[in-house]
Write a protein that binds this ligand. Structure first.
Ligand SMILES: [Zn+2]
Length: 64
């Protein structure tokens, strides 16, 4: 029978391992990014998303 990893084991493991970007190897941090979205009526609404920040994206995000 295959060994089944419990959910709590996975969470504990994920917390121990800092997530790193597979491209640049920088530990990822998270940042809220608010971007305007045009609606059909021509008004703007703001959409908030959480972006992962590493060396690949930080220049782009800081320039916003
Ligand atoms: Zn990266």
């Amino acid at each position: 029978m295959a060994k089944v990893q419990s959910f709590s084991d996975k969470v504990a493991k994920a917390q121990k391992q800092a997530k790193k970007c597979p491209v640049c190897g920088t530990p990822l941090s998270y940042m809220k990014v608010v971007s305007p979205v045009a609606t059909e009526s021509g008004a703007f609404r703001y959409r908030t998303r959480v972006a992962r920040v590493c060396k690949c994206t930080e220049e782009e995000l800081k320039g916003m």
